[in-house]
Design a protein around this ligand. Structure first.
Ligand SMILES: [Zn+2]
Length: 258
C-alpha cells in the first residue's frame, strides 16, 4: 500500500492498487491564490485546503485526495497585488474535467469541497450540471458537494469562541486568527507574524454581500477580516481537528457509511 493518500504524491500502480482495494471515494478540493493580509502568503487557502482534505480523507477511510484546484473565484481580492482570479467558465471547466478524469479511473464518489469562500456558492450551483455530465459520459459516479456558504467559517468561529473565548468579531473570516493558527501548523516558515495586524473588526457575516460586490478593499485596508494576533500552533491543531472531524462525520452520513 502507498504511504500517501495524496494522488499527486503517488505512482500510477499505487493509485491502481488503491482503486482495486476499495478506495472508491476521492476529495476534490478547490482553493484560491489570493491575498491573505500582510502576514500570510497568497497560497494560504491552497495549503489549508490540502491539509483539510488530507485529514478528512484519513478520517473517512478508503478515500484519496485529488489535486487542489486553484486559482479560484477571487474577483473581490483583485485590489490587492498578486491575487489571481479565473472566470466562472474556466473554474467550472477545471472542476468538470477533473471529475471526468477521476470518474474515468473508477472513483464512485467525488466530494467537492472548498477552502475559499468565494467558490462556495458557485460550486453548489454547478454540482447538478456536473452530475449530469458524468451520466452523459456513462460514468456511474456520484458528485457530492459539501460547501455550505458561511458554515465552514462558522464551525471554526463557534469552536474558537467556546474553547478560547475569542469573540466572533475578532475571529473574522479572512486572513484571521483561524487561518493564521492553521498556517502555524502547516507552513510556519511562510508566515510574517511581525506584520500581523487587526483588519476589519465587527459583525462580519453581514459583510459578505458587500465584499462580493464592492471588493474586500471596501471594508479592510490590509486585506484582513478579524484579528490574527492571538493565533497559536496549538489553536491551529485544535481547529483543524475540529473542522475536519465535523465535516468527516457529516460526509460519512452522506456517503451512507454510518
Ligand atoms: Zn483564506
Amino acid at each position: 500500500m502507498a504511504d500517501s493518500i495524496v494522488m499527486e504524491e503517488m505512482t500510477w500502480p499505487q493509485v491502481k492498487a488503491a482503486l482495486e482495494g476499495g478506495f472508491d471515494t476521492v476529495i476534490l478540493q478547490s482553493a484560491s491564490v489570493e491575498q491573505h493580509g500582510p502576514h500570510m502568503p497568497l497560497l494560504t487557502d491552497t495549503l489549508i485546503g490540502a491539509e483539510v482534505a488530507k485529514r478528512i480523507a484519513l478520517k473517512l477511510g478508503k478515500t484519496l485526495v485529488a489535486p487542489v484546484i486553484r486559482p479560484g473565484l477571487s474577483n473581490h481580492h483583485m485590489a490587492f497585488s498578486g491575487s489571481f482570479t479565473v472566470s466562472p467558465e474556466t473554474f467550472k471547466a477545471m472542476i468538470e474535467d477533473c471529475c471526468s478524469s477521476l470518474a474515468f479511473h473508477g472513483f464512485r464518489n467525488i466530494i467537492l469541497l472548498s477552502s475559499h469562500g468565494g467558490n462556495f456558492t458557485y460550486i453548489d450551483g454547478i454540482a447538478p450540471s456536473i452530475q449530469l455530465s458524468m451520466k452523459r459520459q456513462g460514468f456511474d459516479t456520484r458528485i457530492i458537494p459539501h460547501v455550505n456558504p458561511g458554515r465552514y467559517s462558522r464551525i471554526q468561529q463557534d469552536f474558537l469562541g467556546e474553547k478560547y473565548g475569542v469573540p466572533l468579531e475578532e475571529a473574522g473570516f479572512h486572513a484571521d486568527v483561524i487561518e493564521t493558527a492553521c498556517m502555524m501548523v502547516i507552513r510556519p516558515d511562510l508566515l510574517h507574524m511581525d506584520q500581523a495586524a487587526p483588519g476589519y473588526i465587527g459583525d462580519n457575516l453581514p459583510l459578505l454581500d458587500r465584499i462580493f460586490v464592492e471588493g474586500m478593499h471596501s471594508v479592510t485596508a490590509n486585506g484582513i477580516i478579524g484579528d490574527p494576533r492571538r493565533a497559536t500552533p496549538a489553536m491551529g491543531e485544535a481547529l483543524l481537528e475540529h473542522l475536519t472531524g465535523t465535516l468527516a462525520g457529516e460526509l460519512q452520513r452522506r456517503l451512507g457509511r454510518s
